[in-house]
Design a protein around this ligand. Structure first.
Ligand code: FRU
Length: 506
């Protein structure tokens, strides 16, 4: 593994990063004052953010890179933004890590697309997709960059390192995820084979020379037209492949659980599930924490090609767009389904605990709660299904005379609906999913409200992330029971209102 760079290469990249940094610096103080900026979800210092990239623990810190346009709050001209944290919840912004600087990755409708990172010989190595559109033809190739400090990167002098194999689609060949198994490096790349979504797999001894090992698994026409941002990782004695499918109706994050055969480089799966059922959660990436936990973070937004998309909301008016979800810990359930919960570190952000005790939400009575400022808060509900005889419970949140977000638990028909039809002036619609209930077990709801989003964890397996650009004065929270009473315990905490993440050299 030989990495070096010439002075000219170094200067070219530094020049592009310098220009991008100036652009971000010119507005970041204004963005920090924005009315809709998030209180505690990680967002860019300014302008556009999409997928998490290169999520890793390196030299004592969690590093999170992300797709970033440092020139405007719309998608274009992809760079890699960079933040790091000791605990997954207090972040520091670092200088932009990667900028388009070479003929193979410089393109306004392209640039340095999503990818991942690994640590090898103490270096942090990134693999990203270089996306070019030349004379109307799009090509995607995989490239390397490396760093000795986790902050300043150089591109590998002999990029690209992986060209698209002939049987795959060179216009859709992106988002490499690398890992090590035994003494060898592996990498999966999303692509298409004869129009069918698939994941290609490559193997290497040195991260530079990659051998194509064929198709790890394909969708057989049933799982969308392209799997963006694939991630492949071991969980207990199983392997998980997760991806964001294009053209799969309301599903935008799917996981498959099964077995990996390293001799044949093929993955066979039995269990399929959805990672997040909200309007806004895409391209999640996972990493393994030093204590062994598998941690996932996702982009809390949607693409304009999705069936329910109506707009990016109020953020672009304030010179930013996009933020990250709360990091989640993933575990394997008994039936091989995935289980999700917010990382324990989120508790570090809690303030002013409130124990509301046992509440009876009686039929027809509006039961109001005040949790901190009712805008930035965490609320835990433990619903006693044995005592509850209501047909449904409605939770109204970020409510005022002119706005309302509604979470409806329909106990009778076992359905949960997230309704943001009246949440704000631009983002409409409802999302509905089955609600599995067992009257011997309490139903737990963990709800996070931030200035411009709501994140909901229901039991172990259902998560919903939704952007909600409600005004801060829309801060009423109340419950209403229908067809009977709902019995629950409630606990709440104030969460940070305006967390200013420190920036280094930016
Ligand atoms: C997914 C995605 C990736 C691509 C990146 C470009 O959100 O389309 O497939 O690498 O965004 O920003």
């Amino acid at each position: 593994m030989e990495f070096y760079q010439t002075e000219a290469d170094k200067q070219r990249l530094e020049r592009q990063i310098g220009r991008a940094t100036q652009s971000v610096n010119a507005v970041k103080d204004i963005v920090a004052q924005g009315r809709f900026r998030q209180g505690y979800h990680l967002m860019p210092p300014a302008y556009w953010m999409n997928d998490p990239n290169g999520f890793i623990y390196y030299k004592g810190r969690y590093h999170l890179f992300y797709q970033h346009n440092p020139y405007s709050a719309v998608w274009a001209n992809m760079h890699w933004g960079h933040a790091s944290s000791e605990d997954l919840v207090h972040w520091i912004h670092h200088p932009i890590a990667l900028a388009p600087s070479e003929p193979y990755d410089t393109c306004f409708r392209g640039g340095c697309y999503s990818g991942s990172s690994v640590v090898a010989k103490e270096k942090l190595i990134i693999m990203y997709t270089a996306n070019l559109v030349e004379h109307g033809v799009q090509t995607q190739k995989q490239c390397l960059a490396w760093s000795d400090d986790g902050i300043h990167f150089s591109k590998y002098h002999n990029n690209p390192v992986i060209d698209c194999p002939k049987e795959l689609d060179a216009a859709n060949f992106r988002d490499p995820k690398i890992w090590k198994h035994g003494d060898l490096w592996y990498c999966v790349v999303a692509s298409r084979i004869n129009g069918d979504a698939c994941c290609a797999i490559f193997r290497s001894t040195d991260l530079i020379q990659w051998e194509y090992k064929g198709v790890l698994v394909r969708g057989e026409g049933k799982l969308g037209s392209m799997w963006e941002c694939p991630d492949f990782f071991p969980l207990e004695d199983k392997y998980v492949l997760q991806f964001s499918p294009m053209n799969l109706g309301v599903y935008k994050t799917v996981y498959l659980v099964g077995d990996m055969d390293y001799d044949t480089c093929r993955f066979t799966w039995k269990t399929k599930g959805e990672i997040d059922a909200g309007f806004d959660f895409y391209g999640p990436q996972t990493m393994q924490a030093p204590d062994g936990r598998r941690i996932m973070i996702g982009w809390q937004n949607a693409w304009d090609w999705m069936p329910w998309f109506s707009s990016f909301g109020a953020a672009p008016m304030e010179n930013w767009c996009g933020c990250m979800s709360i990091p989640r810990e993933i575990t394997l359930g008994q039936d091989d389904s995935l289980q999700f919960k917010p990382v324990d570190e989120i508790k570090l952000l809690r303030n002013s605990a409130q124990d509301f005790g046992l509440l009876k939400c009686a039929e027809g009575v509006k039961q109001s709660l005040i949790v901190g400022d009712n805008v930035h808060f965490e609320l835990n509900l433990d619903i006693d299904l044995h005592q509850t005889n209501a047909d449904s419970l409605q939770i109204h949140i970020r409510h005022s005379d002119f706005e309302d977000t509604l979470i409806q638990l329909d106990f009778k028909n076992q359905v949960l609906t997230f309704d943001r039809s009246h949440s704000d002036f631009c983002m409409k619609g409802t999302m509905t999913r089955p609600l599995s209930l067992n009257s011997d077990v309490n139903l737990s709801l963990n709800l996070f409200s931030d200035t411009s989003s709501i994140e909901l964890f229901v039991g172990d397996t259902l998560c919903m992330d939704c952007a909600v650009f409600a005004e801060n004065k829309s801060n009423e929270l109340f419950f209403e029971s229908f067809g009977g009473d709902t019995i629950l315990n409630a606990y709440g905490w104030q969460m940070p209102r305006n967390k200013k993440y420190r920036t280094t050299n930016i």
